[in-house]
Ligand binder design. Sequence first.
Ligand SMILES: Nc1ncnc2c1ncn2[C@@H]1O[C@H](COP(=O)(O)OP(=O)(O)OP(=O)(O)O)[C@@H](O)[C@H]1O
Ligand SMILES: [Mg+2]
Length: 672
Amino acid sequence: MRQERLEYLQKKYESRLNTVKDSDMMANVSGEPKRPKGPAMGPGRHGKQSMAVGKPKDLGKTMGRLFSYISHEKWKLLIVCVCVIGGTAANLAGSYMLRPIINGLTSEEGSVAFLMKGILTMLCIYLVGVVAQYLQQRIMIGVAQNAICKLRNDLFEKLQKLPVRYYDTHNHGDTMSRFTNDVDAIGEMLNNTVFQLISGTISIVGTFCLMLYTNVWLTLITVVMVPVMMKAVQTVGSRSRKYYRAQQAAIGTLNGYIEETVTGQKIVKVFNHEEESKEEFEYLNTDLRNKLVKAQFFGGIMGPVMNGLGQVSYSLTACIGGLLCVLRGFDLGGFTVFVNYSRQFSRPINEIAMQVNTIFSALAGAERVFTVMDEEPEAADAENAIRIVTDEKSEKCYYVIPKDNEVTGMDGFTDDVIKEDEGFYYKEVKGAVTLNDVTFGYKPDKTILRHVSLYAKPGQKIAFVGSTGAGKTTITNLINRFYDIDDGLITIDNIPVSQLERDSLRRNIAMVLQDTHLFTGTVRENIRYGRLDATDEEVEQAARTASAHSFIMRLEHGYDTMLESDGVNLSQGQRQLINIARAAISKAPILILDEATSSVDTRTEKHIEKGMDRLMATRTTLVIAHRLSTVRNANAIMVLENGEIIERGDHEDLLAQKGRYYELYTGLSELD
Ligand SMILES: Nc1ncnc2c1ncn2[C@@H]1O[C@H](COP(=O)(O)OP(=O)(O)OP(=O)(O)O)[C@@H](O)[C@H]1O
Ligand SMILES: [Mg+2]
């Protein structure tokens, strides 16, 4: 890879990947040149941050939180614990049986019958251990998978609650990676490691007690080794943990890149970027490999280090135990058993140490999952928020306004109250939209909309025109509360949108977004997304309204044609028609069309207009269009420039004004 290219990539990914300082390493395991150090860069090209990594995290808290996912299955955990204790105790008791057997054999009473009896007893004890282990495994797998299932659910639920702003600033592939990789890593740990930890701990304590019972002095020698082992676990472990966190972050970034390249494959080809993409992938892949190597290295040396220390302890015990037998008359059975225990004592410590790979991957994964879960969700609905209910019989919608909601104090509130009961006022939903002196910026330091005011009466059609980036889409984003305004007031039927339950508000507004999206499913399912209880006839009717019916009928399976990944098997215009049908099927009193027909030919557009006219007659419609022919018949046209409404009026008024609209309409501005 060329040096400049490498430097470019290093810079681009610095803040996302460079989570572990090279000085943290005991050995530079990889052959890759070290990254230049320097201040962390801001977000990468896409302005999306991957995550906040590298900060010291609260290990105990993460563990506690993970534990809360299994702790509610108390009975099962209790049985698992009993099994673990039983299994471990059986193991310990089984090996203790050697003492009476050996001592018996070396004394006068030793006989074949005695030996057989002893060994049979030992076998029975071990059998109990095996059964207990089997049970514990079976139950725990269930518990672990339940926990993982719940974790995935919680994470998904959280994703649904996150504000649009979150998706603006986070890489999608990385978010997905949290569902797959990170959750898998946690599953791996819960499946195996948790009870290995429990049984290991019990084993250590049990062995320790039996050792004490067998010989106090030898126990002391074994125990002296424990702090040495602990120190080793701590030293190696702290390094592993860092690298495991870096590893999970690198997996996320790589997945993000893959997702982006797969979805943008056509652009990659158009601009001949295959080679660059390959290089970038290679860079990220190598980075991941290096982190994996480092993580696995530190995870991997734990075993040998612990093993070595175990052998030292074993040899020392054997040596001194032998001397005690010869010089102090320590019984041979006791000696054999003790040497065995000294092994057994370090084995679980070893095993636990060997599990660091799984544990640290899982904890790093858990941290990433919990980071998403701790993200600020969309602000909660206001207290006593206003709901919208539909009357089954008349199919009319009503606002249910709690009497202690602040809107009840507004001037003229009672004018159109149609019903009142103990706690609530009822008002009919009509669909008037007003913006009053609205100011807004996506980021605090950059105002996008300035003092925008408008009033759309129920059933009116209001159009927004203006140059690219003027803020048209932003206005619609504010009406349905994708973002909250900084200043001013937006109301629907004189109710501030902030006082409406968010669900109710959005149910009140049917929208065709500027960027179309279709889900994997049939055409019918995609249209029905706009109103789930719509009948097949209504789906067809909506498709006719949107002029989509004829092309749908020409599809191989008509309405049952499967649409794959965002409708790649359709033309862009056809995708828009389905998006329009999806909005048309909704009965919401407000309809927002953002460049809904930008890819549709003018003839079809005329057809749609005719179809929609009937629909629009009963709805307040906000239309955004660059093609001015589509907005001519609007009741009012707002010309937006730089986030401000600079002209307003109907088509004739605006032409007469000979201002910006006139320029746009007559194409003068193109000539400028
Ligand atoms: N999610 C966002 N985060 C930050 N800034 C944004 C975001 N979306 C839009 N902007 C900025 O807000 C301004 C207005 O964008 P908006 O999408 O409203 O334009 P528009 O009038 O709909 O343009 P177009 O005709 O191209 O659709 C632009 O300058 C844009 O850079
Ligand atoms: Mg737009």
